[in-house]
Design a protein around this ligand. Structure first.
Ligand code: TYM
Length: 322
């Protein structure tokens, strides 16, 4: 198994990022033949337009990933823009990308539907993402549900390049977790920075507790039985609960006679406990910027070696290399 995934430094990581994607990165680093994980700063540039902020968020993302258990001895961690070969590969793919395919992609489509001006970077975003994946011969891409469309685009582009120029690229598959491919936010919609409904992994515990207490719930009376399956507070609770705890909470929902505030308090306690060790590690790593830079430098060198090899293969296939 050859694993690759990327994550944008557009804000601090939230539970959706962790339970949908990062937790898979950590698990797969033990199973994979190779695992490449990168911080997608070129993608983030389509939204973060303040250089100091982008630099800080990129650094924070590296520290967060290391604190959450990404192990540089097992996985290659790097910054997307440190591998310029990918941008070149992106151009090779772009020349064969139908406009209609990109017009159907949701990030661009949603922005247009809201009447906002989109730039070429946002439009071409999925092609850069395809290059990210293909540059490492990855066959497995751990992501949340919202990225499935992009992985499909990547497969389409790779297959059409292979068809036209001969076998060049490996066709990748998205890898999702059934229990947390779409983590809901505090309002029940998908948790997302752009919906302002996030709960951050490394948020100050007091602030986080307040946010949890404000999770939107319905106003049915305490005694009324409730359905756990469709309740986003229950889904959030389930992220941290073991089977027995989940069963007990589901039974409580069905019985009725409890208040949502009780569940929220329990959720806040569990979340604090769950990330306590990562929080401690984060403090320690934060104070060692030279270590973080070393990890990212080594990662970039290793990633470039691989991307160079794949780029050369693609250049030869399409005739831009004599
Ligand atoms: P990004 O930065 O938006 O999200 C990073 C990862 O977190 C997952 N995720 C979620 N999973 C479950 N529930 C949620 N509410 C939730 N919100 C986010 C995302 O699915 C993703 O796996 N385009 C990508 C970054 C990227 C990339 C790549 C990914 C660039 N190149 C190559 C894979 C392969 C993105 O914007 O993810």
């Amino acid at each position: 198994m050859h694993v690759l995934s990327g994550i944008q430094p557009t804000g601090r990581f939230h539970w959706g990022n962790y339970f949908g994607a990062i937790r898979q990165y950590i698990r797969l680093q033990d199973e994979a033949e190779d695992a490449f994980y990168f911080i997608a700063n070129l993608h983030a540039l389509t939204t973060v337009r303040n250089p100091a902020e982008l630099r800080q968020l990129t650094y924070d993302a590296a520290v967060d990933l290391l604190a959450l258990g990404l192990n540089p001895d097992k996985a290659t961690l790097f910054i997307q823009s440190d591998v310029p070969e990918v941008s070149e590969l992106c151009w090779l793919l772009m020349t064969g990308t139908p406009m209609g395919l990109l017009e159907r992609c949701h990030a661009y489509k949603d922005k247009k539907a809201r009447g906002l001006a989109a730039d070429a970077g946002l439009f071409a975003y999925p092609v850069l993402q395809a290059a990210d994946i293909l540059a490492y011969d990855a066959d497995t891409v751990p992501v949340g549900e919202d990225q499935v469309q992009h992985i499909e685009v990547c497969r389409d582009l790779a297959a059409s390049f292979n068809h036209h120029f001969g076998p060049t690229f490996v066709l990748p598959k998205a890898k999702l977790l059934d229990t947390s491919a779409r983590v809901p936010g505090t309002d029940g919609e998908k948790m997302s920075k752009s919906y302002n409904n996030t709960l951050e992994v490394f948020e100050d515990p007091k602030v986080l507790r307040k946010k949890i207490m404000r999770i939107v719930t319905d106003s049915r009376p305490v005694e009324e039985p409730k359905e756990p399956e469709t309740d986003h507070l229950f889904q959030l609770y389930s992220l941290f609960a073991d089977d027995a705890q989940r069963e007990a909470m589901a039974a409580k929902y069905r019985r009725g006679g409890f208040g949502y505030a009780e569940v929220k308090k329990e959720l806040a306690d569990m979340a604090e406990q769950y990330f306590a060790e990562a929080r401690r590690r984060r403090k320690e790593i934060e104070g060692r910027p030279e270590y973080v830079r070393q990890v990212l430098g080594d990662g970039a060198a290793k990633a470039r070696r691989k991307a160079k090899e794949v780029l050369r293969r693609a250049q030869q296939a399409c005739g831009v290399k004599l």
